[in-house]
Ligand binder design. Structure first.
Ligand code: PGA
Length: 253
């Protein structure tokens, strides 16, 4: 019922030439049908070039962040309108590196989600606990609080994809087990259902992110509440990324 989404988060990687090559390799390497949606989220500097490579292909474009106003005096920032102008469909908001390395607050992340939605983008909204928080048994409290900060007071959350990315699993090679992921995904779906309604929650896509690789992707995405993946490191190799996309299709599992 929910179409799976596999999104590649290239983070602060790729020059112009590398980005063009990687995007072209992904387009050429995908063999699956329309049951899996695929998106690439390269850095701002190569969005225009990757947009040209993806034009006419089924692969969508996304950005890794954006500001919440459509234009104005915000030196160094990029607006959602500018992203739409480059044919972006998605924007990642609230990634753990922006929360924990750059220091974005839940309040700022909430504004960004609302600004991006108002402009017409679809948002991949990231949540996740740190290792000390998990070890202290606070996963639900932390993830629930992150959901509250964005969803409370928001009348409609259409066009929001939630990405559960445990901070301890990002870039560490240590993925959550499929059971750990399923447990938190189920909790997120129940929370969304309590905020809106069950029917809406059953349509909301929830991605898993954190050390997704070709060898663990099928088990993770085989869980009933895992609707795809947000892939960092493995998205920088076209072959690995395409194998993860294959693992998301019913035939690949
Ligand atoms: P990773 O990153 O796949 O390299 O762990 C995931 C992410 O940060 O989105």
């Amino acid at each position: 019922m929910r179409r799976k989404l596999v999104a590649g988060n290239w983070k602060m990687h790729t020059t112009l030439a590398e980005a063009r090559r990687l995007a072209a390799e992904v387009v050429a390497g995908l063999s699956g049908g329309p049951e899996v949606e695929v998106a690439l989220c390269p850095p701002f500097t190569v969005l225009a070039a990757v947009s040209e490579v993806l034009a006419g292909s089924p692969v969508c474009l996304g950005a890794q962040d954006c500001w919440y106003e459509p234009q104005g005096a915000f030196t160094g920032e990029i607006s959602p309108v500018q992203l739409l102008d480059l044919s972006c469909r998605y924007v990642i908001i609230g990634h753990s590196e922006r929360r924990h390395v750059i220091g974005e607050t839940g309040e700022l992340i909430g504004r960004k989600v609302r600004g991006a939605l108002a402009a017409g983008l679809e948002v991949i909204f990231c949540v996740g606990e740190t290792l000390p928080q998990r070890e202290a048994g606070r996963t639900r409290e932390v993830v629930g609080g992150q959901l509250d900060e964005v969803f409370d007071g928001m009348l409609a959350a259409e066009r929001v994809v939630v990405a559960y990315e445990p901070v301890w699993a990002i870039g560490t090679g240590r993925n959550a087990t499929p059971q750990q992921a399923q447990e938190v995904h189920r909790f997120i779906r129940q929370s969304v259902g309590a905020k809106y309604n069950e029917e809406f929650a059953s349509r909301t896509r929830i991605l898993y992110g954190g050390s997704v690789r070709p060898d663990n992707a099928a088990d993770l995405m085989g869980q009933s509440d895992v609707d795809g993946a947000l892939v960092g490191g493995a998205s920088l190799k076209a072959g690995d990324f395409c194998r993860i996309v294959e693992a998301a299709s019913p035939a690949g599992r």
